[in-house]
Design a protein. Structure first.
Length: 197
C-alpha cells in the first residue's frame, strides 16, 4: 500500500492495443542481433505513447493530476492513430534512440497533449520546451557504442520491412507509474480518463 507522501515516478500516456504490441515485438525480432549488445530494447509490453513525463510526484497528488487530465480531455472525442515508419534520434546514421512514428489524427493528439501540458502547468509542472513529436520508443543505443556500430545498426533498421500500419483507437488517457528495476521498468496504471465528444 502506497503512503500519501511516497514518491512515484509517473507519466501520462495513451496505452497501446495488443495487436500493436505484437507488431512491435515482431519488428524487434527482425532487427535484434546477438552482436548488437549495445542495443537496449524496450519490452513490447511496456511500449506506450507518452504525452507527458512527470518525474517523481507524491502519491497524494495522483487525484489532483487525474483531475487535470479530465479537464484537459474535455471536448476531445476518441480519435484514430496508426503506426507509420521507423526513425531515430538524432538520425538513422548515428542513432541514439530507435522509434516508430505515429500517423493519423495528429492534430487531435497535439491538441490533447497541449491541453494536458497547460492543465498541469497550473499544478506547478514545467511546460514542455521542445515541440511534441509523437513516437513509440523501441530501443536505446548504449553510450559506449562506436560510430561504426551505430551506423551499422541504423542501416539494418533502414532495411527493415515494416509496412504494416497498425491502428490505435485512442479512447482514453492513462496516468502511469514507472518502477525502475534491474530487469527493466515495470508499468502500472494509476488512473484512466476516457475521451468523449
Amino acid at each position: 500500500m502506497l503512503r500519501n507522501t511516497e514518491q512515484i515516478r509517473s507519466f501520462i500516456a495513451i496505452e497501446l492495443p495488443e495487436e500493436v504490441r505484437r507488431g512491435l515485438a515482431k519488428l524487434r525480432s527482425e532487427l535484434e542481433r546477438a552482436e548488437h549488445r549495445f542495443v537496449k530494447w524496450v519490452d513490447s509490453e511496456g511500449i506506450h505513447l507518452t504525452l507527458k513525463f512527470l518525474g517523481n510526484i507524491p502519491f497524494r497528488q495522483v487525484a489532483e493530476v487525474t483531475k487535470a487530465i479530465e479537464e484537459a480531455a474535455q471536448g476531445i472525442p476518441p480519435f484514430h492513430l496508426e503506426i507509420s515508419g521507423l526513425g531515430a534520434f538524432p538520425n538513422l546514421k548515428q542513432p541514439r534512440v530507435l522509434w516508430v512514428g505515429i500517423g493519423g489524427e495528429i492534430d487531435t493528439l497535439l491538441r490533447l497533449q497541449q491541453n494536458i501540458d497547460s492543465a498541469l502547468a497550473s499544478l506547478g509542472f514545467a511546460k514542455e520546451e521542445r515541440p511534441f513529436m509523437p513516437h513509440l520508443t523501441l530501443a536505446r543505443i548504449r553510450q559506449g557504442a562506436s560510430p561504426m556500430e551505430r551506423r551499422n545498426f541504423g542501416e539494418l533498421a533502414m532495411s527493415a520491412s515494416f509496412e504494416a500500419s497498425y491502428p490505435i483507437d485512442a479512447k482514453a488517457v492513462s496516468l502511469m507509474r514507472s518502477q525502475l528495476t534491474p530487469d527493466g521498468a515495470i508499468y502500472t496504471r494509476l488512473s484512466m480518463v476516457g475521451l468523449e465528444a
